[in-house]
Structures are given as structure tokens and as C-alpha cells.
Design a protein around this ligand. Structure first.
Ligand code: SF4
Length: 649
């Protein structure tokens, strides 16, 4: 039987297990990336493990989420990250140089390689044929130390693309269509492998818009085969020699197939406040728009901004609409500036902004209360923009530019009829991506050779071995689809404490219940109860680390999002699955007891646990591999890795 593209790369990197769906496999990691909100903990853990030097081919530390240096805290973090990269041998991308995924794809992403990143949109270079997976920071730390990354072998789904995109339909509409069909849970436990005749009609950057937002489907990763388009892109970024051809075999067998005819697509838009709430733009046309933002790791490339610049050339943006353009990398800004496009956009009324995540996580450009903001980003979870009553829509750069001109949501095909000389800009790659590299410091140019820690950088908390008795209060009962943004909000006033766990923990789940952190600390142990898809969204390990610090011992949920589930194991919190009836039976404040000896049950491979709530008893399930059970029993991955190292010495 032939192999899929995914199987070929996995087989090439396999160090443990067999490529059978559901089996745990260990794979070698070639490249790692981390960013500033997750990176401080990555390096503090690297230090705590006593590791000397990065072992992967490439390790890259980016500063992109909190580039604004409001006071000493972010600046101290950035200095610490630079010192850690220098000390341990990683590349360092300075604040302002751009978003990790954009800078990584320009400089390091390569076909056939494996990449592990402590950011949920790490799958972006899947569009270049790299097998790229988002993970918790501690997984990245361990991989960076040369250990394999373990994962349950996902199902592999063939997403067959046919036809060709019509005018005004874009790569963003391909992934919005996938979200419309499959929902934010549709990719869970799956790798989406794109095939079919439509693939060759998409440039590599367009493919990377699609793989980037596969994260919103909950997919482990998404990947495209490599071909002339891949080679062409690598040549333009000056790395043509890194091209290798990787295609699935013709008789490859997939677990499932989805067919998307590109020719049928039209401009789509995700309505507030979920990325899968997708409708044709024409259905919401006429809605007044107060803010438009073009940028992010999804649509912040040179090729994404250029169509906006072309549409705005010689025009003016609406007086009622604030229009912001924030490219994904400084290289894109520099190239657009040299070609005169930045001046064109500014003349049209654009507020041209720094290459940063910024507004995507509510840091800067927060929309006015109860207003509509149209963004080319990948997420629109309620409150992520920095204000609770936001109305954030997600769309392509072309739809965003049309709204900026009109001041309201409009299908760009209708605007084309209204506006003289407006035509679909299409996709155009530059001859050469020739921005300067001054903000990317290679290990052999490192500025520091020892760690520099400011006063806001604390120690890494480590949990004790798992207890036999787990009992306590249901401290918080939550609904379905709780995101890591709910657990630890990513806004500036909160995330600046990312290196100071005791302080950051005070904000845990404050968006759900602002008394939670205090109650949890007082209770000294207890449970979280949640519905489906608990912990969806970013890879933020603080969303497990802070509950651990507050004493949470177990989460009872109907289902867990992949990365967050792994993070719960990594920080010694027991993730137990319950059915809907059990969920309905538990009220916040109930006293809960796990009847079994939990340490014994976890280490002996027991799957079903008896949970007592008042006079009633229910069954909860622990679906975990032997390795995950060992990690949980040890009190988390840091304690477990230390145990392993001590055992080996
Ligand atoms: Fe940055 Fe937003 Fe992309 Fe995350 S999703 S890497 S915050 S631009």
C-alpha cells in the first residue's frame, strides 16, 4: 500500500512506535520555534532541566506577541530571551522583526523537515511541505534538548482541491469554507493533507494561509505536497537549495476525504465570535464597519498586503472607518516601503503599523465598544480583541480593503461594479524577498553568553508527585468551547506577568469568574468542570501552569482540545472525560471525590475512575498512554524529565 505525504515524513523521523492511527509515536524534531509569551517559560524550563545547548538543527526565538515595551517587564523578558538564545545556541528575532510564523517561513521552514513550536499556529509552514506541529512550551523545551516528541498518530484526511479560485475568492475563503463545513472541532485528532489538481493553482504563501488556519479546525497540522510552486517560493526567499519533492503515493490510503471545488468559492466571512460562524460576505453586506485591520500570521505577508495597497491606490478610505495595516514581518514592510506601496496606503488613510501580533491578542488597536471590526486574522473569540463586547469578523485582505473603502461590509464583486477602475488584484509574489536581516541574530553572532534575568522573571513552579487522594470542591463549572484566552487572557495588562507565575495566576479564569483564583488558592486543591472542547485556542501552557499553581488537581470535561490536554499532563493535572449526564449532574460548589487511589490507578493503566459527587457515583475516563501516565504520576513533565535524567545517570 502506498504512503501519504504525512506518513513519508513521519517514517523518516520515527524513533518509537508504529504508524497506526491512535498509537503513540515518538518522532525526531528538526526545528523548534518559540515566541515571547511562551518562550520565557521554555528557557526557564531548559535551565531547570540543566541542559547545556540546543540539539535541534534550528531553534528560533521570536519576539512578536508583546513587542510594545510599556515598562521594564516586556523589555526585561526580551533581554532574557536574547540572552537565553545566545547562551544555548538559538536564533533570536528582535522585537519588531515580525510574527514568528512569518519570519520562520521566510528564513527556516523547509520541505520534509519536522517543526515543533510553542505557538498554536506553528502548522503554517505545512504549506511548504514541512510537518509542523504546535505544542506546549515544555514539549518544545524537551524536543530542543534532543528528545523525541510523542504524539498519538492522528487520522490522515485527504482534502482534495479541484478547479481554480475565481476572481475575488482567495486562499482565506478556502479555509473559511473548511471551517463552515467542519466547525472548530472538525479537525481534532486529524492531519489534513491537501491533494488534487487545485493544489498547483495555489502559490506557497496562499497554501500557508490555509495551513495556518487549519489550527482553527482543531487539526494537529495541515500539509501540502511540494512542487514547482514550493520551489519557486524557496528560490524567491533565497533558499532554493532546500527544495525537495515530496508527494503522496498515487495509491496512498486516507482515513477520510473531503472535496473542495475552488471554482465554487466566493468571498466568505466569519461572523462574531467564532471562526466557524461563516457566511458569504453578501449575507452581511451593509453592516457599518468602524475598524479594519489587515495583518497577522494568516494574512500579513507581502502578497497579502499588496492586493490591499493596489485596491487603495488613488482612493481614500472611508471617514467612518479606521484602517490599520500591520504586516507580518519587517521584511514585508521594508519591501512594500521600498516599492512605494506604504506611501500609497498612507495617502489613502491607512494607519501603517509595526510588524507584530499586537491587535490579534488585544494589544493595541482595541476596537471601540460595541462596534464592528473587520480583521484578516484567524481568531475572533469574544474578548480577544481587548474588549468584551466586541464584534470581530474575519475575512480576506480583499474583503477588508473593500470595507475600508466603502465604510461598510460589501462583497468586493459589488464594489467592483460601483467603483471605476477597481479590479481584482490577484496574487503576485515579489521577484525576490530581499528585506534586510539585521533583526535576526544567528547563534554565531550572539550578543550574550549568560542568562540575564530582571526582577519580573521568577522561578518555574514544580508540582509534587501525584497524590493517592484527590478530592475537593468543583470550584468552577464552565460551558463548551472554553478557550485558553478564557483561562489566561492574553491582554497586555495580564500577559506581562508571563514570567511571574504567582502574579499571573491571580488572573486565572477571571473572564469566567473573577473570584476563582482567590477561591482556588484558599481551597488548596479542587476541580474544574467543563463541557466540550475545553482549552481550545492557543498553545499557551500558562493555561495549565497557573491552575496547577492554584492547586487544581483534576479537570472533568466532556472533551479536551489537543494541545491543552497535553499541557494538563505536562503540569500534573488529571484530565478526566465525563459524559453529558455526569456534566449535568455536577453543580459548582459540589464536593467531589475520586474514589480510587489515584496514583495507583494512573500508574497501573486504569481507564475508568469512580467519581463521587454527594451521594451519587459516576464514571470518568482517563484516556492516556503509558508515557502520559508516567508524566502525570511524576507531577508533570519537568519532574518526569528530571527523574529520567537521574535514572540514566
Ligand atoms: Fe500572533 Fe495572532 Fe498569529 Fe497568534 S494568531 S501568532 S497572536 S498573529
Amino acid at each position: 500500500m502506498g504512503q501519504t505525504l504525512t506518513e513519508k515524513i513521519l517514517e523518516d523521523h520515527l524513533v518509537e512506535g508504529e504508524l497506526e492511527t491512535g498509537e503513540e509515536i515518538g518522532i525526531e524534531i528538526d526545528q523548534v520555534l518559540t515566541q515571547d509569551t511562551t518562550g520565557t517559560m521554555v528557557w526557564l524550563q531548559f535551565e531547570a532541566m540543566g541542559l547545556d545547548e540546543v540539539q535541534t538543527e534550528i531553534a528560533a526565538q521570536y519576539c512578536d506577541h508583546q513587542t510594545y515595551q510599556f515598562d521594564f517587564k516586556n523589555t526585561d523578558d526580551h533581554r532574557f530571551l536574547r540572552s537565553a538564545a545566545g547562551t544555548y545556541g538559538a536564533h533570536f528575532s528582535r522585537p519588531g522583526n515580525g510574527i514568528c510564523h512569518n519570519v520562520h517561513r521566510e528564513n527556516f521552514a523547509a520541505p520534509g523537515k519536522t517543526l515543533l513550536g510553542s505557538d498554536s499556529h506553528t502548522p503554517t509552514p505545512g504549506g511548504l511541505g514541512e510537518l509542523a506541529i504546535g505544542a506546549g512550551g515544555i514539549d518544545v523545551t524537551v524536543a530542543m534538548g534532543g528528545a523525541p516528541y510523542y504524539i498519538e498518530m492522528p487520522e490522515i484526511v485527504n482534502v482534495r482541491l479541484e478547479g481554480e479560485l475565481p476572481e475575488w475568492a482567495t486562499a482565506k475563503d478556502v479555509i473559511l469554507e473548511m471551517l463552515r463545513r467542519l466547525s472548530v472541532k472538525g479537525g481534532v485528532g486529524k492531519i489534513l493533507e491537501y491533494t488534487g489538481p487545485g493544489v498547483e493553482t495555489l502559490t506557497a504563501p496562499e497554501r500557508m494561509t490555509i495551513t495556518n488556519m487549519g489550527t482553527e479546525l482543531g487539526a494537529t497540522t495541515s500539509i501540502f505536497p511540494t512542487d514547482e510552486q514550493t520551489e519557486d517560493y524557496l528560490e524567491r526567499v533565497g533558499r532554493g537549495d532546500e527544495y525537495v519533492e515530496i508527494q503522496p503515493d498515487e495509491d496512498a490510503e486516507y482515513d477520510d476525504e473531503i472535496v473542495v471545488d475552488l471554482s465554487d468559492l466566493e468571498p466568505l466571512i466569519a461572523q462574531p465570535s467564532m471562526p466557524d460562524n461563516v457566511v458569504p460576505v453578501s449575507e452581511v453586506a451593509g453592516e457599518d464597519v468602524e475598524q479594519v485591520i489587515v495583518g497577522s500570521c494568516t494574512n500579513g505577508g507581502y502578497e497579502d498586503i499588496l492586493p490591499v495597497a493596489k485596491m487603495l491606490e488613488g482612493r481614500e478610505t472611508s471617514m467612518e472607518t479606521e484602517t490599520i495595516v500591520a504586516p507580518g514581518s519587517k521584511q514585508a514592510s521594508e519591501m512594500l516601503a521600498r516599492e512605494g506601496w506604504v506611501a500609497e496606503m498612507m495617502a489613502a488613510g491607512v494607519n501603517f503599523s509595526e510588524a507584530t501580533c499586537g491587535a490579534c491578542i488585544g494589544i493595541g488597536h482595541v476596537p471601540a465598544s460595541d462596534s464592528v471590526s473587520l480583521r484578516t486574522f484567524n481568531r475572533n473569540f469574544e474578548g480577544r480583541s481587548g474588549i468584551e463586547d466586541d464584534n470581530v469578523y474575519l475575512c480576506s485582505p480583499e474583503v477588508a480593503a473593500a470595507a475600508a473603502i466603502k465604510g461598510e461590509i460589501i462583497d468586493p464583486r459589488d464594489l467592483e461594479e460601483e467603483e471605476e477602475d477597481l479590479e481584482a488584484p490577484g496574487v503576485e509574489l515579489p521577484e525576490e524577498y530581499d528585506g534586510s536581516k539585521t533583526d535576526l541574530i544567528a547563534p554565531d553572532e550572539a550578543v550574550d553568553d549568560e542568562l540575564i534575568k530582571g526582577p519580573n522573571i521568577g522561578d518555574v513552579p514544580i508540582r509534587d508527585q501525584l497524590s493517592a487522594d484527590v478530592e475537593g470542591e468543583a470550584l468552577l463549572k464552565m460551558e463548551d468551547n472554553i478557550t485558553t484566552d478564557h483561562i489566561i487572557p492574553a491582554t497586555q495588562d495580564i500577559l506581562m506577568y508571563r514570567s511571574n507565575v504567582p502574579k499571573l495566576s491571580e488572573f486565572t479564569l477571571s473572564r469566567v469568574d473573577d473570584t476563582f483564583a482567590e477561591r482556588a488558592l484558599d481551597a488548596d486543591g479542587g476541580f474544574l468542570v467543563a463541557g466540550e472542547n475545553y482549552g481550545q485556542g492557543s498553545s499557551r501552557e500558562h493555561a495549565a501552569l497557573c491552575p496547577m499553581y492554584l492547586g487544581i488537581e483534576a479537570v472533568l470535561a466532556q472533551s479536551f482540545a489537543r494541545i491543552h490536554r497535553a499541557n494538563l499532563f505536562n503540569f500534573g493535572i488529571v484530565p478526566l472525560t465525563i459524559d453529558e449526564d455526569t456534566y449535568e449532574s455536577i453543580d459548582q460548589g459540589d464536593e467531589i471525590e475520586i474514589v480510587d487511589d489515584v496514583y495507583e490507578a494512573v500508574t497501573s493503566g486504569q481507564e475508568e475512575f469512580t467519581v463521587r459527587v454527594g451521594d451519587d457515583e459516576f464514571t470518568a475516563t482517563l484516556d492516556a498512554s503509558e508515557r502520559e501516565r508516567d508524566i502525570l504520576a511524576a507531577g508533570g513533565k519537568l519532574a518526569w524529565t528530571r527523574e529520567q535524567a537521574e535514572g540514566a545517570s
